[in-house]
Write a protein that binds this ligand. Structure first.
Ligand code: NAD
Length: 331
């Protein structure tokens, strides 16, 4: 049986992860879940929020699904999520943004995929306080990481039958860093004549995504722009409650919703499980469980379109577990 590391996370994590796990099981996919705890709750026990045995479990199983984990403010640890991506070299962050009927949004029929570089740029953590009044951070862009992410975007486009890749940058101002990223993107594009290629300056991209999102397809971006633009794209299709993501390396994949642990809703059985469920769909797709992925997606979309058993953010008053039950009934 397929073993998958399951990290419930904290805050609303355990509730939505449980909803997702029940739905995957109801769809008939047999997975042996290797449940691992990480985050603030294990800090006292292990002296770190990300114990080595959690990383070892992911390395052994190669696939993990996780709920959100709170980043303790002011602790020495920057972010467990960022650490996990770096530690396991999960260099590509894949964030699809696809319209779902019944989710309130100003747009219809959006189908975008954001491919965000996950390991460098301003998130490399090369930052310091120079003196009382000055701080600086290094924007690190390398040819290797840029080539790897651009190639990933084109390979993804080809595999998924997509037509276009747009590289997003600010190379007009950041001539060396984003200039290198753009140079590499153009070069990689030459190896994929079957996929259309274009580039956009990030500020213009933000405006165009709001004005005419339908003309875009796959976007590839350095880390910081990817972080921001992918939230914009999530907003185009109804917000964080429905946004899934995957962190992908050459051998290991970790699937998680885009949103965080929303601590104020912890234990209230209130939040929308959709982002976590669609994260599960993404994982099943990668595991080759196409049929189950399609059935879960369609059941979830049908429950949302019907609008009767949905959570508060979708205009309903159902709890997390009731919404999961309704999806299971549809399956
Ligand atoms: P958040 O995404 O947790 O929540 C912001 C707001 O969005 C919530 O208050 C809620 O109103 C809404 N929301 C989020 N998820 C929802 C859902 N499933 N259903 C309905 N409404 C939902 O963002 P935040 O408050 O900035 O972060 C809280 C904590 O989560 C922080 O510690 C942050 O570091 C962490 N975080 C973790 C991850 C991760 O684990 N990958 C990602 C982002 C943030």
């Amino acid at each position: 049986m397929r073993r998958v590391t399951l990290i419930p996370g904290d805050g609303i994590g355990p509730e939505i992860v449980e909803a997702c796990r029940r739905i995957i099981e109801a769809a008939g996919v047999e997975i042996e879940w290797d449940v691992q705890r990480a985050g603030a709750e294990v800090m006292e026990e292990y002296g770190t929020p990300l114990p080595t045995h959690v990383l070892e479990s992911i390395r052994a199983n190669k696939v993990a699904m996780k709920g959100p984990i709170t980043t303790p403010v002011g602790s020495g640890f920057r972010s467990i999520n960022v650490a996990l991506r770096k530690e396991l070299d999960l260099y590509a962050n894949l964030r699809p943004a696809k319209s779902i009927e019944g989710v309130r949004s100003p747009y219809k029929d959006i189908d975008l995929v954001v491919v965000r570089e996950n390991t460098e740029d301003l998130y490399a953590g090369i930052e310091r306080r120079v003196d009382e009044d000055t701080a600086e951070s290094v924007k690190l862009i390398t040819r290797g990481a840029s080539e790897r992410i651009c190639r990933f975007a084109f390979e993804y486009a080809r595999r998924e039958g997509r037509r276009k890749v747009t590289a997003v940058h600010k190379a007009n101002i950041l001539k060396f860093t984003d200039g290198l990223f753009l140079e590499v993107a153009r070069k990689v594009a030459q190896d994929y004549p079957d996929i259309e290629f274009e580039d956009r300056i990030v500020d213009n991209m933000a405006m165009q995504l709001v004005q005419k999102p339908h003309i875009y397809d796959v976007l590839v971006l350095p880390n910081l722009y990817g972080d921001i633009i992918s939230d914009l794209c999530a907003g185009l299709v109804g917000g964080l409650g429905v946004a899934p993501s995957a962190n992908i390396g050459d051998e290991i994949q970790v699937f998680e919703p885009v949103h965080g642990s929303a601590p104020k809703y912890t234990g209230m059985n209130k939040v929308n499980p959709t982002a976590q469920i669609l994260t599960g769909v993404l994982m099943l797709h990668y595991l080759g469980e196409e049929e189950a992925a399609r059935r879960i997606y369609e059941a979830t979309a049908a429950v949302i379109a019907e609008g009767k058993t949905v959570t508060y953010d979708l205009g309903g008053d159902a709890g997390t577990s009731e919404m999961a039950d309704a999806i299971i009934a549809r399956l």
